[in-house]
Design a protein around this ligand. Sequence first.
Ligand code: DC
Length: 227
Amino acid sequence: MENIICIDGPGGSGKGTISQSIANRLNWHILDSGALYRVLAIACYNHGVELDNETAVTVLAAHLDVQFTLDDEKGSRVILEGEDVSEQLRTEITGAAASKVAALKDVRHALLQRQKAFYQEPGLVADGRDMGTVVFPNAGLKIFLTATADERAKRRHKQLKEQGNSVSIATLSRAIQERDERDRNRAISPLVAAVDAIEIDTTALTIEQVIEKLMLLVNERFAETEF
Ligand code: DC
């Protein structure tokens, strides 16, 4: 059993916020694997590579020059080829493009070792779609978060509004369902709960309630570990 917590699930299930909070509490490292696919999508755009050109996207994936850094004022930043792409990274357009490149087999293969290399002592919280099924099958704890598509659209709407962007809930709900469908039905590493994952439906729960539940599981599962 490895000191790894996998938090998988569809977009808007709260994975990002929850993973960050658990990693902070434990003082463990974090892997936001979705950010890698998102950065790759931006690299495709910058280099004029079509999202379905598997050979060219795979070359970009293998040579992706990306850094995850922490800025004292702005918090965590993502730097692609020396340029701060943190804002562009979070848009719906980037998310949809990420979901397209993520469906390519050779691309996923090219990013596998890079994701595994995020593991460092004392431990790792890994957020994504296939953390528990493919990237870290020996993780000590696997969680699969879900929430209804409507609830996820509402959460995303609130988040965007806070950032000064207004998109209707109906548009967001459609985009979320489209992305879910592609992520769940792709041939390689589809979005699916690992057989040994614990599923938590977060629809009616606050972020704090989910974190509380998760911390109980963490303390139980890693009882021998000092945090
Ligand atoms: O979690 P996210 O919204 O940042 O992920 C963006 C897209 O990347 C998502 O639609 C599917 C893909 N993805 C993936 O296929 N595998 C992962 N481990 C993480 C993300």
